[in-house]
Every structure is written in structure tokens, then in C-alpha cells.
Design a protein around this ligand. Structure first.
Ligand code: ADP
Ligand code: KDG
Length: 312
């Protein structure tokens, strides 16, 4: 099986019991989230192996997250615990159309304790792809140094790198994000970005221009209910989304990334990767929660119509 590594914060998520402004929501359901952990769950459910590098609080919520990640079959041998900083949490607001808004309680994040010197050179020894997301880069200042170390290690071992900017303007400014991402783009093979995010980050530059300046093999633009487009140096491929009723779109992008990376590492052609990735994104958007909808391989195949679902 192929194996990926990723690094990032995880949080206890409080999902609202009803839609609308948070101040009118009286109760919440506790779940677990965090962009990179969602990604790790996504690839694991698709029969790959995932190493999730992190640091969580040595508290009740940290124990919950640790057990949850283990339960999903993720390699947690690089998950540190700190008694000094509480595990991050966030509350989610959901609009009628399924769009979500996050209210974070994650500053400081336990990732403050995961410094560069705690990353062992061997961490990527058995890994086929490194996935970095912008949430990680935003959470603590030193994370950029840690990420650059991992990126350098990956490059030295010829391991492909995927990057999702996952721009969170509640965590930092667009200027800070742009400056940090500039350091990452030249090293990556896959850029998995939302359409509006691409426009915010690159301010009117074309995909072709961005692709050529940083020599990115594939730029994958996610377009919500419009599906997604992949740009290579010479071609582009467009694919419609699957039709669903969106309940909670938070996490759809991570699901898309997981299925895209899965099919990329397994040698599928681009149209097929798009089909699987759109399918995974739709399945997460169709139910409440950041990662509950992440499909197992067979569920994904059934949803996109490759396998027949017999239920009686
Ligand atoms: P991000 O969370 O990164 O901004 P999107 O919201 O574009 O990403 O969602 C990622 C992918 O999930 C989309 O490209 C699409 O495949 C799927 N998706 C998201 N929202 C919907 C929806 N309303 N209907 C169908 N598919 C969706
Ligand atoms: O992509 C989904 C994540 O954004 C969510 O699970 C948690 O907002 C989150 C974050 O910052 O990681």
C-alpha cells in the first residue's frame, strides 16, 4: 500500500444542532476535525497508509483525538503530547445552504511545542507523498521552518509533495499567507486549491502563469458544486460535480484532496482522478461533520457508479 505523511493541528469540533448564526444555537455535537487529520483519514479509508505528525494537549480532548485517529488506523507514532497547552477546539456555524464558518479557540496551539528539532530525519523514510496544508502554516510562526524541513527531506528523497493552501483568514492575513506560500510553491508537484482561493492568492494571474513560474506539475482547482478542473503544463481537464444536497461543505476540500492523491499515487489518469475526487468531496458535503462522510473505497466506487449497491 502507498503511504502518505502530513502534519497539522487537530481540534475538537462543536457542530451546531441547527443552522444559522451561532449566537442562536443552544447546543452542539462534539466531533473531531482539522484539515490535515481529515486528509489523513480520507486516504486511510481509501486503503492507503497515513502518518499524521502533530502535537496535541495532554488533556481529555487530546486523548479523544488520539484515540479517534488511532481508531481510523492512522499511524500516530509522530503525535506528541504536551501538558502545557490545551488541545485546540472550534465551533462551527452552518448556513442554510451548507456553507460553514469556523470560530477557533486554538491560539496558542499545542503545535507550538512541535519544534524543528523534534522532527526526526527518518520521518519520511517509508513515505510515497508528503501533503502540506496552509492551515498548518498559519497556526504557529515556526511551522513554516518545520514544513520547509519536511519539504527539503521529501525533495532529497524524491517524494512528491501536494499542497492545499487552505487559506484561513481568521488565522493570518492574506499578505502573510502569500509571503509564506511563495516559499512552498517552487517545491510542490500538486497544488490543490479552491477557485476563490486561487483568485485571492494570485490576484488576477492566470493558472498558466502560476504553473510556469513555480514549475508545478498539476494545478487542481476545486469549484464546489461546479466540480473541478486540472491544469497540466499542456492540457486541462474539467469535470462536473456530482449532484447532492449540500448539508455541511466543511471538509469537502480535504476529501477531494485525499481521493485525488490516492488516485494520483495509484497511477490513474486525470479524468479518473477527478471523478473519484469529486465523488469524495460530494460525499463529505452531503452530511454533517468535517470527516464523517469520508468514503471507504467501495462506498466511493458505489457512489460514482462503478459498483452496484445492493441493499435489502
Ligand atoms: P474547498 O473546501 O477546498 O474550498 P470546495 O468547496 O470547492 O473545496 O469542495 C471541494 C470539492 O468537493 C468540490 O470540487 C466538489 O468536488 C465537492 N463539492 C463541494 N461542494 C459540493 C456540492 N455542493 N455539490 C457537489 N459536490 C461538492
Ligand atoms: O478543511 C476542514 C478544516 O478546515 C476543518 O476540519 C477544521 O477549520 C479547520 C482547520 O482550520 O483545520
Amino acid at each position: 500500500n502507498k503511504r502518505i505523511a502530513t502534519i497539522g493541528d487537530a481540534m475538537v469540533v462543536f457542530n451546531p444542532s441547527k443552522t444559522g448564526p451561532l449566537r442562536f444555537v443552544p447546543s452542539f455535537e462534539r466531533a473531531v476535525g482539522g484539515a490535515e487529520l481529515n486528509f489523513a483519514i480520507g486516504v486511510t479509508r481509501l486503503d492507503m497508509e497515513a502518518k499524521w505528525i502533530s502535537c496535541i494537549g495532554d488533556d481529555e480532548f487530546g486523548k479523544l483525538i488520539y484515540n479517534f485517529a488511532r481508531g481510523e488506523g492512522i499511524d500516530v507514532s509522530y503525535v506528541l503530547r504536551t501538558p502545557h497547552i490545551p488541545t485546540s477546539i472550534y465551533f462551527k456555524e452552518i448556513r442554510e445552504d451548507g456553507a460553514g464558518k469556523s470560530f477557533y479557540y486554538r491560539n496558542p496551539s499545542p503545535l507550538l511545542e512541535l519544534t524543528e528539532d523534534r522532527i526526526d530525519e527518518s520521518v519520511l523514510d517509508d513515505v510515497d507523498l508528503l501533503h502540506i496544508s496552509g492551515v498548518y502554516l498559519a497556526v504557529c510562526e515556526h511551522n513554516i521552518q518545520v514544513a520547509l524541513k519536511l519539504i527539503a527531506l521529501a525533495q532529497a528523497k524524491n517524494i512528491p509533495i501536494s499542497f492545499d493552501p487552505n487559506l484561513r483568514l481568521k488565522l493570518w492575513t492574506i499578505e502573510d499567507a502569500r509571503a509564506v506560500y511563495e516559499k512552498v510553491y517552487p517545491s510542490i508537484n500538486l497544488l490543490l486549491t479552491g477557485q476563490d482561493e486561487f483568485e485571492l492568492l494570485f490576484e488576477g494571474r492566470t493558472v498558466k502563469d502560476v504553473q510556469e513560474s513555480y514549475k508545478i506539475d498539476e494545478i487542481i482547482v476545486k469549484k464546489g458544486e461546479q466540480g473541478a478542473t486540472v491544469y497540466t503544463a499542456t492540457e486541462h481537464y474539467d469535470r462536473e460535480a456530482f449532484s447532492i444536497r449540500a448539508i455541511d461543505t466543511v471538509g469537502a476540500g480535504d476529501a477531494f484532496d485525499a481521493a485525488y492523491v490516492y488516485s494520483y499515487l495509484n497511477g490513474y489518469d486525470i479524468p479518473e482522478r477527478l471523478r473519484l475526487a469529486n465523488g469524495a468531496g460530494a460525499l463529505v458535503a452531503a452530511i454533517k461533520g468535517d470527516n464523517e462522510g469520508l468514503p471507504f473505497l467501495q462506498e466511493l466506487r458505489q457512489f460514482i457508479g462503478d459498483e452496484k449497491l445492493i441493499e435489502r
